[in-house]
Design a protein around this ligand. Structure first.
Ligand code: F6P
Length: 362
C-alpha cells in the first residue's frame, strides 16, 4: 500500500467512548485487506517516548467495539516537546521529539494513526512537519476539536448527562429544590448545551455566555412564584460569571495542559441558596460522562473515522485529519486544526431554540 507496510496506532489524551471502535476499524482492514502489520503504542505519546509498542492482531481487536476506554491505554499529560525529567531533584522540561522519531524508525513504522483531541493533533502535526506520515482521528467528549462538526464520544457523554439531568428532575420536583448539575466540556459548552436542551433544563450556563448571577436568581424565583417550585440548572465546568473567573479544581504542573476545571456547580448552588433561600443541591458528573460503552451513533462514527484513516493511507494522503462535514466523512490538513478550539457560537441555532422555549442562559 503506497510503500506502507507497518503502521502504528496511538490513543492519546483523555479516554473517550469509541476509542476501541477506531482501533478495531483501523486494524482489521489493515491486516485483512491490505496485509499491513499494525502496532499499538501504549499509554499515548508516553509509550512512543519509552518505546512501549506491541503488535496488534485481528484477535486482539476482536470484541472491543462496545467497550469503553482504550485497550492501548492513554495519557493526557505527555507532550514530547515538554517532557519532565528529574535532574538533581529538580524537574526540567525537555524536548524529546527526537526520541519519538527514533522509536518510529526503530519499529519501522511507515505511518501513525493518532487518535486524539486538540493537544494530540498539535503533536501529530509537529511530527508530520518532520516527515512522519500521520493521520489524525478526532476524539473528545467535549466536541471542541476545530475542523470537524462532531467528534465521537460526544453523543455518549450527552446521553449520560441527559439521563442524569432527567433523573434529578423527580427529586427536585418532589422536594421543591434547585438541583445544579455540573458537566464536563473544558472551555466549550457543547455537552451542557445539548444535555441541557435534551433534558429541558431550566437554566444552562456555558463558558461562551458568561452569566449574570442576579438573572439566574430572578429566573428561578419567578418560576417558584408561578408554582414551579423547583429548577434544574445544567452548568458547564468552564462556565463563569460575567467579569468573573472559571473555577479550577487542580493544577498539574507536570501536565502539558495543567488546568483541571471543576467546582463551578457547587459554587453556583451555594450562591443561589444564599441569595434565594431555596434549598439548592449540586452534583458533579465528572468522569462518569467518559466511562462505559459508547452509544450506537458513536460506535458508527468511530468506525467510519477509523476506516477513513485507512482509506487515506491507501490513497497516499499524508498529514491529514479525518473530519465530519455535514454528513460526509472527509479530511483536512492536520495542521489546520492546530491551536484552535471549536466553541459554541453565542447565536448557535440550539442556543436560539433553547432561549425560545424559555431556557435561561443567565
Ligand atoms: O477533554 C475531556 C475532559 O473530560 C474534559 O471535559 C475535562 O475538563 C478533562 O478532560 C478532565 O481531565 P482529567 O481526566 O485529567 O481530569
Amino acid at each position: 500500500m503506497n510503500g506502507i507496510h507497518r503502521i502504528g496506532v496511538i490513543t492519546a489524551g483523555g479516554d473517550c467512548p469509541g476509542l476501541n471502535a477506531v482501533i478495531r476499524a483501523v486494524t482489521k482492514p489493515a491486516i485483512a485487506k491490505y496485509n499491513l502489520e499494525v502496532f499499538g503504542i501504549e499509554d499515548g505519546f508516553l509509550g512512543l517516548i519509552e518505546n512501549r509498542i506491541r503488535k496488534l492482531t485481528s484477535e486482539s481487536v476482536s470484541n472491543i467495539l462496545t467497550v469503553g476506554g482504550t485497550i492501548l491505554g492513554t495519557n493526557n499529560k505527555t507532550d514530547p516537546h515538554r517532557y519532565p525529567v528529574e535532574v538533581n531533584g529538580v524537574t526540567e522540561f525537555r524536548d524529546v521529539t527526537g526520541l519519538c522519531l527514533d522509536n518510529i524508525a526503530r519499529n519501522k513504522l511507515d505511518a501513525l494513526v493518532v487518535i486524539g483531541g486538540d493537544g494530540s493533533m498539535s503533536i501529530a502535526s509537529g511530527f508530520a512537519r518532520l516527515g512522519v506520515n500521520c493521520i489524525g482521528v478526532p476524539k473528545t467528549i467535549d466536541n471542541d476539536l476545530w475542523g470537524t462538526d462532531v467528534t465521537f464520544g460526544f453523543a455518549t457523554a450527552v446521553s449520560i448527562a441527559t439521563e442524569a439531568l432527567d433523573r434529578v428532575h423527580t427529586t427536585a420536583a418532589s422536594h421543591h429544590r434547585i438541583i445544579v448539575v455540573e458537566v464536563m466540556g473544558r472551555n466549550a459548552g457543547w455537552i451542557a448545551l445539548y444535555a441541557g436542551m435534551a433534558s429541558g433544563s431550566d437554566v444552562i450556563l456555558i463558558p461562551e455566555i458568561p452569566y449574570d448571577f442576579d438573572t439566574v436568581c430572578e429566573f428561578v424565583q419567578s418560576r417558584s412564584k408561578r408554582g414551579k417550585r423547583f429548577s434544574i440548572v445544567c452548568v458547564s465546568e468552564g462556565a463563569k460569571p460575567a467579569g468573573g473567573e472559571r473555577v479550577i479544581s487542580r493544577v498539574d504542573p507536570t501536565s502539558a495542559d495543567p488546568i483541571r476545571l471543576g467546582g463551578i456547580g457547587q459554587k453556583v448552588a451555594n450562591d443561589i441558596e444564599t441569595a434565594t433561600k431555596i434549598e439548592t443541591r449540586a452534583i458533579t458528573l465528572g468522569h462518569v460522562q467518559r466511562g462505559g460503552t459508547p452509544v450506537a451513533t458513536d460506535r458508527v462514527l468511530a468506525t467510519e473515522f477509523g476506516n477513513k484513516a485507512i482509506e487515506l493511507l491507501e490513497a497516499g494522503e499524508r498529514g491529514q485529519l479525518v473530519v465530519m462535514k455535514g454528513r460526509t466523512v472527509t479530511h483536512i490538513p492536520i495542521g489546520e486544526a492546530e491551536g484552535k478550539q471549536r466553541l459554541v457560537p453565542v447565536d448557535h441555532p440550539i442556543v436560539r431554540a433553547a432561549r425560545n422555549v424559555g431556557t435561561c442562559f443567565g
